[in-house]
Ligand binder design. Structure first.
Ligand SMILES: [Zn+2]
Length: 186
């Protein structure tokens, strides 16, 4: 884990907790009902899952939809690890309508251009990646780089000008209890 020095400035953990997670490929789309039962919020019956994050005492697992292409699987795994990073850092928001786009944008910043360009809408994703990372000059694995990425995430989400902690406080974020967390779409 990479820990920011000095006073807390919103981002404490910048590295993804890759080592702590077992990745399993599952046919999640075939088991929608089960996935719905495992998730922690009411869901539309048509919701599909490409990834699920399970953090529990028995271990941490990420389930990824087996029928995805390799670039999409890689993207989905990073997406779930970003959920895990934000939960561990206490950054995750209760409001999924805001939390999901934040996670998605951090994921786009972290996934390499080559993988992004092989995904559906790859060109758009690569352009977003360049914007979020200042063409790779801001490395989201470092506290400083991740803070810079987050400044642009806030800009894209129309929250520019507020400090990260301020935005989080305004939204009255609480940590969720550890457990299964769903991921809608990617
Ligand atoms: Zn998600």
């Amino acid at each position: 884990m990479s820990v920011a020095r000095g006073p807390r400035r919103g981002i404490v953990l910048s590295r993804l907790p890759r080592r702590g997670y077992v990745i399993r490929e599952k046919y999640l789309r075939r088991f929608r009902t089960l996935a719905r039962q495992l998730s922690d919020a009411p869901l539309d019956p048509d919701t599909t899952f490409d990834g699920l994050l399970h953090m529990g005492e028995d271990g941490n697992e990420i389930w990824v939809e087996a029928s995805l292409s390799e670039p999409e699987k890689r993207f989905t795994i990073v997406h779930e690890l970003v959920h895990a990073r934000r939960q561990r850092a206490g950054e995750d928001l209760d409001d999924d309508l805001l939390e999901e786009p934040i996670v998605e944008l951090e994921t786009i910043a972290r996934v390499g251009r080559r993988t992004l360009s092989r995904m559906p809408s790859g060109m758009t994703l690569a352009v977003l990646h360049d914007y979020l990372t200042r063409r790779g000059r801001d490395d989201p694995e470092t506290p400083r780089g991740l803070r810079a990425v987050y400044e642009r995430i806030w800009t894209l989400l129309g929250m520019r000008g507020r400090r990260v902690e301020g935005a989080v406080a305004t939204l009255a974020a609480h940590r969720r209890p550890a457990g299964v967390r769903r991921s809608r779409g990617r």
